[in-house]
Write a protein that binds this ligand. Structure first.
Ligand code: HIF
Length: 274
């Protein structure tokens, strides 16, 4: 067991578990990033409810939300780290793991602070339905992220995280990765979103998503959600899609700020950081 407060030791153990040759594309990284985001993304600024405090996904009410399907894999990956460092809260562990994963996959360093509690405050519990629905359009994306307190630029910057990982037909119904190298953080998502010709298809399960087909009509594995395509087609969002497609440094900088803000939603600390 490490000394309480030794977050460096926790970081090191998270790095060690990222390599998972039997899982998906060989890395636990993407699903850890999604766990971190879904733990925080229930936040509602107006009522100050939801957010990563409480680690509510440990319980059926939040963990069983269909929007969180598959995230049990991420929580299971992190159990040995919790066992080795029992003093860290789950809320801190899940958010830290997402930030560490982004960095280790080649992304920017994200400023992360500890201090989240696992205490479940019944008055702060988020109702289901606060996480975004990939089949919807730009107005839905804005409604969800404005509720958390983000602006249009921050929304697009965050969405660059779809450079990581994939959709699973048995989790969300969508299928496939956004980019060819889904365990490497880059601005490739924006370059493909802006640069390729995407075609709307209906999968055998009835779910509609966009796919890229090359000149021979051979479908590549790459996909975009309707909410991703909405960024390309919205007059404000698309300016930022183009900026981030052209300027990887700008994207990294803006992503790091926006993701750090996401991890802080609803978290308050005293003057000593406690
Ligand atoms: Fe995702 N997201 N996300 N997402 N997401 C999926 C997977 C990942 C949305 C829908 C989906 C963000 C915003 C939105 C990651 C990270 C982030 C999947 C596929 C869906 C459907 C799940 C599955 O089938 O396993 C929608 C509608 C969003 C609002 C626009 C964030 C910005 C992009 C906030 C974010 O950080 C990651 C990483 C994955 C890959 C998970 C994996 O298991 O590989």
């Amino acid at each position: 067991m490490s000394k309480p407060g030794n977050y460096e030791a926790v970081r090191k153990d998270i790095v060690k578990l990222l390599h998972q040759p039997e899982y998906d594309d060989g890395s636990a990284g993407p699903v850890l990033v999604r766990l971190a985001w879904h733990s925080a993304g229930t936040y509602d600024a107006e009522t100050d409810t939801g957010g990563s405090n409480g680690a509510g996904m440990r319980y059926e009410r939040e963990g069983g939300d269909p929007a969180n399907a598959g995230l049990q894999h991420a929580r299971v990956f992190l159990e040995p780290v919790k066992a080795a460092h029992p003093w860290i809260t789950y809320a801190d562990l899940w958010t830290l793991a997402g930030c560490v994963a982004v960095r280790e996959m080649g992304g920017p360093e994200i400023r992360w602070l500890p201090g989240r509690t696992d205490y479940v405050d019944d008055s702060k519990l988020p109702p289901r339905g606060r996480l975004p629905d990939g089949s919807k359009a730009a107005d839905h994306v804005r409604a969800v992220f404005y509720r958390m307190g983000f602006n249009d630029q921050e929304i697009v910057a965050l969405c660059g995280a779809h450079n990581l990982g994939r959709c699973h037909s048995d989790r969300s119904g969508f299928d496939g990765p956004w980019v060819n190298n889904p365990t490497r953080f880059s601005n490739q998502y924006f370059r493909l979103l802006a640069g390729l010709e995407w075609k709307l298809v209906t999968l055998p399960n009835g779910v509609k998503q966009w796919v890229y087909e090359d000149e021979d009509g051979i479908s590549e594995r790459l996909m975009m959600l309707p909410t991703d395509i909405a960024l390309r087609d919205d007059p404000v969002f698309c300016e930022w899609v183009d900026s981030y497609a052209e300027d990887k440094e700008l994207f990294f900088e803006d992503f790091a700020k926006a993701f750090a803000k996401l991890m802080e939603l609803g978290i308050r600390r005293d003057a000593r950081g406690g």
